[in-house]
Design a protein around this ligand. Structure first.
Ligand code: SF4
Ligand code: SF4
Length: 281
C-alpha cells in the first residue's frame, strides 16, 4: 500500500468522527435537572388553585360545572348555602367540599374554562408526587389560596420562581358582559383575583410584546434552545462555571458519603472484633 493511499485511509477513519466533532460545538440540550430547569411555558398547565377575591371571599360558588365538564371525572364538589351572617362567597352558595384527584387529572384545563367565576385556575407547578393514593387527592385546604392571594406551597411540592405567577392560563372566547367593543378580542381573566393580565403575544390584535414582556408562544417553542430562554446566569462561560461548581459540590457530597460509610463499617468491624475478644476472654 502506497503512502498516499495510507493517508487516504486515515482521513476516511477520521471522517467517521465528523458528526461527533460537529456536536462538540453545538449548544448542549441536556440539563442538570432538577438543579437546572428550562423556563416553563407561559401557559403551562399545572396543579390547580382555588382563587379568592381581593377581600378574601372565595370565588367558588359550588355550582359543580367544573366537575360536570371534567373528562377524567376527577373533581368532586359539594355546594352549601352561604351562612347569611358570615358568607364565604358572594353567591348564594359556596364550595363546601372541593377535591381533585391528581391520579386522574390530565390537565386539560376544561374545568378552568367552564368555571363562571374564574374560581379554579392552574398554576405552573407540575413537580409534585405522592407515595399513596389518598395523598393524590387535593382537598380545599390545599387548593385554596392563602391570605396573600398566592397558592399554598405544600412541603412535598417543588415550587420554583414564577410557578405561582400568571396562573390564569386561559382566555375568554366571548365578549365580556356582551360588550360589543370587545368582540373578536381575546381577554385574559383576572390573575388570582388580583388585577387583570394583558393579552399574550399573538392573542390580540392590540398586543404589545414590548409592553407585556411576553413572547408569542410559537417563538418560545421554536427558540427554546436559544440564549434568550436560558437564564443569564447559566449561559456561556458563566454557565459552564456554574455547572462545574454544581458538579464539584455533588462529587464532594458523594465522597463525603463514601467516607462516612467507610468510617461506619470500620467502627462496626472494630466493635465486632472487640466483642469477640471479650467473649473469648
Ligand atoms: S384539568 Fe381537565 S382533567 Fe384536570 S380537573 Fe380540570 S377538567 Fe378535569
Ligand atoms: S370552581 Fe367554578 S365551576 Fe367549579 S364549582 Fe366552583 S364556581 Fe363552579
Amino acid at each position: 500500500m502506497g503512502v498516499l493511499s495510507a493517508i487516504r485511509e486515515d482521513v476516511k477513519f477520521f471522517g467517521g468522527f465528523k458528526l461527533t466533532f460537529e456536536h462538540l460545538t453545538r449548544p448542549r440540550v441536556t440539563r442538570q435537572y432538577p438543579d437546572e430547569k428550562l423556563p416553563k411555558q407561559p401557559r403551562q398547565h399545572g396543579r390547580h388553585v382555588l382563587n379568592r377575591y381581593e377581600d378574601g371571599m372565595e370565588k367558588c360558588i359550588g355550582c359543580e360545572l367544573c366537575a360536570g365538564v371534567c373528562p377524567a371525572d376527577c373533581i368532586y364538589v359539594r355546594g352549601l348555602d352561604n351562612p347569611p351572617d358570615a358568607p364565604v362567597s358572594p353567591g348564594e352558595r359556596y364550595g363546601y367540599v372541593y377535591e381533585i384527584n391528581y391520579l386522574r387529572c390530565i390537565h386539560c384545563d376544561l374545568c378552568v374554562e367552564a368555571c363562571p367565576t374564574e374560581a379554579i385556575t392552574e398554576s405552573k407547578l407540575f413537580e409534585f408526587s405522592f407515595t399513596n393514593r389518598a395523598d393524590a387527592i387535593y382537598t380545599k385546604a390545599e387548593l385554596l389560596t392563602g391570605d396573600d392571594g398566592k397558592p399554598k406551597k405544600m412541603p412535598w411540592e417543588d415550587w420554583r420562581e414564577g410557578d405561582d405567577a400568571l396562573t390564569s392560563g386561559w382566555m375568554r372566547a366571548v365578549a365580556p358582559s356582551g360588550n360589543a367593543s370587545y368582540e373578536g378580542e381575546v381577554q385574559w381573566s383576572g390573575e388570582l383575583g388580583y388585577g387583570v393580565r394583558a393579552p399574550e403575544g399573538g392573542q390580540s390584535s392590540r398586543r404589545d410584546d414590548a409592553a407585556t414582556g411576553m413572547l408569542a408562544v410559537r417563538d418560545v417553542l421554536e427558540g427554546h434552545l436559544l440564549d434568550r430562554d436560558i437564564p443569564p446566569a447559566h449561559r456561556g462561560m458563566r454557565g459552564r462555571l456554574w455547572r462545574a461548581k454544581i458538579s464539584a459540590q455533588r462529587n464532594r457530597r458523594k465522597m463525603q458519603r463514601s467516607r462516612d460509610r467507610l468510617k461506619e463499617l470500620r467502627g462496626a468491624r472494630a466493635e465486632a472484633k472487640a466483642a469477640k475478644k471479650r467473649g473469648g476472654a
